[in-house]
Design a protein around this ligand. Structure first.
Ligand code: GLN
Ligand code: ZN
Length: 764
């Protein structure tokens, strides 16, 4: 019999129950025991769902009130000193509020302290809390939460498979703090705790533990490869079976290593890297289990069961009962249950599968290749085939005009008319901006009034005309305030936008939206990515009337504001029937029309935001260049249709540019605004070393903080910038958009920023 299992299930709940109860607990509206009970109810419901679907084991250890990587840090007692948890660590029971303080700086109990850093988990949009590692740090089993959850599952009659981030990947995700040292120095102590935890799980009666080691699909230094062998030889002695889980890509050069590990099973991603299956099978030892991830855990499309069955049958012949089936990775990265989407049209509904539906797909596949398919399985098989055929042939996925336009694109289309040195002359003549021009990144506060108006509009309580009038009022208000502040380049403030991707997706052809398609981004924050269903095109202008209106209110240049093609791609569920690059270029051409229309409407500065450019980087360095080539080309395609005198801006809110500075320069934006205030202008070094030729606006204050930035401090930051970039090429702006701030913070902050610019102009 083929075992069917999953690597993890979404924990937020189909109705985002976990978000709601956790936030209520933080606010003091829900007691601790109520929070714990709600968590337990969700776990039981999810196990019940998995068992009812027919999986052979349920996933335990994938639940977390905030983050499962944080849970492992807590299990290991890796709590930074500022959280003052020594007693809890020593007693082996770190409090939930301590974990919440690590995650967000504060909790209903305990002294607030700076939260741990958060960053994206591999190439997903899920953020984990970065383990803080110190030289000579030791670890100790400091939480019984996992074991309690195992007991809970056993008592309720489920067969648990425990899932945990593996020891090497946990260290790999961690960051050395304080003096420099090799994180691998800590491995032995980490392994002590893993061994102890595994022994305890064995005592509880757990048969299988899945250790997630996605670091194995990345480029690993030799010392890390060697550490893998050492670590798993040590863990081998524990009296239970280990399944090492790899996902998000191919094992590549780590394939021999991964198949050599002395563990009972290996999981591989056969969605992103189907070509690796044969090589892995050749190398597995004759007792090892191979779990093949065949259902896409990163996307929402229905699986092609017939094709998968054909692909799996020969594997079944070779592996017999050593073949397991699963989704490619944890289902954490997809929405919970399609059955809630009662308002989605029947055609599209038929093409999709969310987490709940993916369980059925895995179970059905297992029974199909075992020749024990039920009539229901046969039905699912033929339904899937019919749905996939319909999707392939649907006019909704193909617009011939889009394909033809893309095919006709030439390299000239991605080049501006003249090089930057000439464009800047034309722009200076047209715009007549002072030295150190001041501007903002786009959004102004999304006030309660704005949100209320949008809610009322969406609920049908406010007419389109009244809603638009209200938004125009907000825009007029933002323009007046900026004029009073004396900013040199204004923005309309983005009042009319709910979200920087959804807003465009709603107006472009080829996109679809769900009502409940929430995916956890971090902690209690969930996102609802649009679905790119078909060829993308722009039926009508999207932002022009807003920008035109804003410009009509003032003589000062108004910056048009667009989200870039890579960011729209990156923050959506993308179609799986054509390369990402093709979809990205289609979006680029749609945006190109918008850029040209803005120019024709008299907007002479246009910003194309690409905050997601960096996160699209593939997990393997060898694939970076290919990605950067099409990502850069897409940006250029969207930007290059305008005259020399039209100034193109871009914005990226992060601070690592060293390894992609060549691509950043290749974008050839006239101005780039970036996040720098927290890095003390250090990241400008990358621009200086590269001799970056165009203009730069290094953010002079952190918009994440409510603090009002000091004039002298911003002047000193700019003085530092001036050591690296000549004055004629520097702009002054905040780090990012201001939508999360209040006007009471924004106005004095920008007043100080403008004053800092005035002082600098007197000196240069
Ligand atoms: N223009 C957007 C804003 O100001 C940019 C947001 C972002 O970089 N994430 O809100
Ligand atoms: Zn930003």
């Amino acid at each position: 019999m083929t075992v069917s299992h999953i690597l993890g299930y979404p924990r937020i709940g189909a109705q985002r129950e976990l978000k709601k109860v956790t936030e209520a607990y933080w606010k003091g509206e829900v007691r601790r025991d109520e929070l714990e009970a709600a968590g337990q109810a969700l776990r039981l419901a999810h196990w019940q769902t998995q068992q009812a679907a027919g999986l052979d084991m349920v996933s335990v250890g994938d639940f977390a009130f905030y983050d499962h990587v944080l849970n492992v840090s807590v299990l290991l007692g890796a709590v930074p000193g500022r959280f003052q948890a020594e007693d809890e660590v020593n007693a082996g029971c770190i409090d939930l509020d301590t974990a919440f303080r690590m995650a967000r700086g504060r909790a209903p109990s305990g002294t607030p302290a700076a939260a741990c850093e958060m960053t994206k988990y591999f190439d997903t949009n899920y953020h984990y809390l970065v383990p803080e590692l110190h030289r000579d740090q030791t670890f100790t089993l400091a939480s019984s939460r996992l074991f309690d959850e195992v007991d809970e599952a056993l008592k309720a009659g489920f067969t648990p498979k425990v899932t945990l981030i593996g020891p090497l990947t946990w260290l790999w995700l961690g960051k050395a703090k304080g003096s420099e040292f090799d994180r691998l120095d800590l491995l032995d102590s980490v392994l002590d705790v893993y061994s102890e935890a595994l022994s305890r799980l064995a005592t509880q009666g757990v048969e299988w533990v899945q250790l997630d080691e996605p670091a194995l699909v990345q480029d690993l230094p030799l010392s890390w490869q060697q550490a893998y062998e050492r670590a798993y030889y040590r863990l081998q002695s524990t009296p239970l079976k280990l399944l090492v889980a790899t996902y998000f890509g191919s094992l590549g050069d780590n394939l021999p290593l991964a198949t050599r590990l002395p563990v009972e099973g290996l999981h591989i991603d056969a969605v992103r890297a189907p070509e690796q299956v044969a090589g892995v099978i050749d190398r597995l030892s004759p007792q090892q289990v191979l779990s093949v991830g065949v259902v896409d855990g990163r996307n929402i499309w229905r699986a092609d069961l017939a094709t998968l069955r054909e692909r799996l049958l020969p594997l079944k012949v070779r592996l017999g009962k050593r073949l397991w089936l699963a989704p490619s990775c944890s289902l954490l990265h997809v929405p919970v249950d399609l059955r809630q989407e009662t308002e989605l049209d029947a055609e599209l509904l038929n093409w999709l599968a969310f987490a709940r539906q993916k369980l059925d797909e895995v179970v059905t596949l297992a029974r199909l290749i075992d020749n024990r398919a039920t009539p229901e399985d046969e039905q699912r098989l033929s339904d899937a085939t019919r749905a996939l055929d319909a999707r392939r042939e649907s006019p909704r996925t193909r617009q011939p005009a889009v394909g033809e336009r893309l095919a006709a694109v030439t390299s000239a289309d991605s080049q501006r008319q003249s090089p930057y040195v000439e464009r800047t002359q034309a722009q200076r003549r047209l715009l007549a901006l002072p030295l150190f021009p001041t501007t903002t990144i786009g959004s102004f506060p999304q006030t309660d009034a704005i949100r209320a108006a949008r809610r009322a509009f969406k609920a049908g309580e406010l007419s389109q005309t009244d809603y638009e009038a209200k938004m125009r009022e907000e825009i007029a208000h933002a323009v007046a305030r900026q004029e009073a502040l004396g900013l040199d380049v204004l923005v309309h403030g983005e009042a009319e936008r709910n979200d920087m991707v959804e807003y465009f997706g709603e107006q472009l052809d080829g996109f679809a939206f769900t009502r409940f398609g929430w995916v956890q981004s971090y902690g209690t924050r969930c996102v609802k990515p649009p679905i790119i269903v078909g060829d993308v095109s722009r039926p009508t202008p999207m932002t022009v009337r807003w920008s035109e209106y804003a410009q009509s209110l003032t003589q000062t240049p108004m910056k048009g504001m667009l989200t870039g093609p890579v960011t729209i791609l990156q923050w959506s569920f993308v179609r799986d029937d054509q390369p990402r690059a093709t979809t990205c270029r289609q979006i680029a051409l749609a945006l190109r029309d918008e850029v040209c229309d803005l120019e024709a409407a008299g907007i002479s500065i246009i910003q194309i935001d690409e905050p997601a450019l960096r996160e699209g980087l593939p997990l393997r360095q060898s694939e970076w260049q290919t990605y950067l080539n099409w990502a850069v080309e897409s940006f250029q395609l969207s930007a290059a249709g305008v005259a020399d005198s039209t100034q193109i801006h871009t914005h990226m809110c992060y601070s690592e540019f060293n390894d992609i500075i060549g691509a950043i320069a290749a974008l050839d934006a006239d101005v780039i605004t970036i996040e720098t205030s927290r890095s003390d202008m250090q990241l400008l070094d990358a621009f200086q070393d590269f001799a970056y030729p165009n203009e730069i606006g290094p953010g002079v204050y952190d918009i994440h903080s409510p603090n009002i930035p000091d004039i002298a401090w911003m002047v000193s930051l700019m003085e530092r910038a001036l050591k690296k970039i000549p004055a004629e090429r520097l702009w002054i702006n905040p780090d990012c958009g201001l939508k999360t701030r209040r006007w009471a913070e924004v106005e004095p902050a920008l007043a100080n920023m403008v004053e800092a610019a005035l002082q600098l102009r007197q000196r240069y």
